[in-house]
Design a protein around this ligand. Structure first.
Ligand SMILES: N[C@@H](CCC(=O)N[C@@H](CS)C(=O)NCC(=O)O)C(=O)O
Length: 235
């Protein structure tokens, strides 16, 4: 059984999609990051980085509990455990390359764009411009890659497509004010529409809907989500 530590945000969404594609038995454990539940000692024992997603596999490689944190690690772990959605051995170099490209590039740049457009105080023109231009650059790299291809790696749908879907699904929020943020990237838009039409996407979107996650970005949420803003400098 898999315990899935979840909040309705892009990185957990990737894992929700894989779990639904795999049809594995899993239990959702809501972590309300706006209330600071990512900072409890119990959760830190599962993810020392204090972020979602994380999982505990009660049938880990040693026969007992195994924790896995970071969405890319979880996608790889579950893909390898089941032998599904990880392409062929020939695909492996591309699979790793694109998975890391999304996990270390598209994801963090998108997250920073959201932060500076919706959460940060003051005028952030420089930061917003930098992150939005970087996102467009990443979209272009993916658009070029998808020219004449159905999926990002190999001939089949894989964990790489699921990883990218988690962030592309949020393109309208990330590219605030753009009515059709993928319009300039036709291959990426076609790919997104194909992935988004999968039945498992519908089920993944329903994950956590029975839980009332906090929505307000009030003082409690700001302290929970942006603790570094409340640290005093040493000098
Ligand atoms: N590299 C991590 C990033 C995880 C991450 O940033 N998760 C966000 C939600 S998408 C989170 O937990 N935010 C709450 C916080 O930072 O306190 C991954 O891919 O899982």
């Amino acid at each position: 059984m898999i315990r899935f530590y979840f909040h309705p945000t892009p990185n957990p969404a990737k894992v929700a999609l894989l779990l639904e594609e795999l049809g594995l038995a899993y239990e959702v454990v809501p972590i309300d990051t706006s209330k600071g539940e990512q900072h409890t000692p119990e959760f830190r024992a599962i993810n020392p980085n204090g972020k979602v997603p994380a999982i505990v596999d009660t049938e880990g490689p040693g026969g007992g509990d195994a924790r896995v944190f970071d969405s890319s690690a979880i996608l790889l772990y579950l893909g390898e455990k089941t032998g599904r959605f990880i392409g062929t051995p020939v695909d492996r170099p591309e699979l790793l390359s694109w998975l890391f490209f999304i996990g270390t590039g598209l994801g963090p740049f998108s997250g920073q764009a959201v932060h500076f457009q919706y959460a940060a105080p003051d005028d952030n023109e420089y930061a917003v411009n930098r992150y939005r231009r970087e996102i467009e650059r990443h979209y272009q790299v993916l658009d070029d890659r998808l020219s004449g291809r159905d999926y990002i790696v190999g001939d089949d749908y894989s964990i790489v497509d699921m990883s990218a879907w988690g962030w592309l699904d949020r393109a309208p929020r990330v590219m605030k004010g753009e009515a059709d943020p993928l319009a300039a990237f036709p291959n990426l838009k076609r790919w997104f529409q194909t992935i988004d039409a999968r039945p498992a996407v519908l089920r993944a979107r329903a994950v956590g809907k029975d839980h009332a996650f906090k929505k307000e970005l009030d003082e409690q949420a700001r302290r929970a989500l942006f603790p570094s803003n409340y640290l005093k400098s040493a000098d």
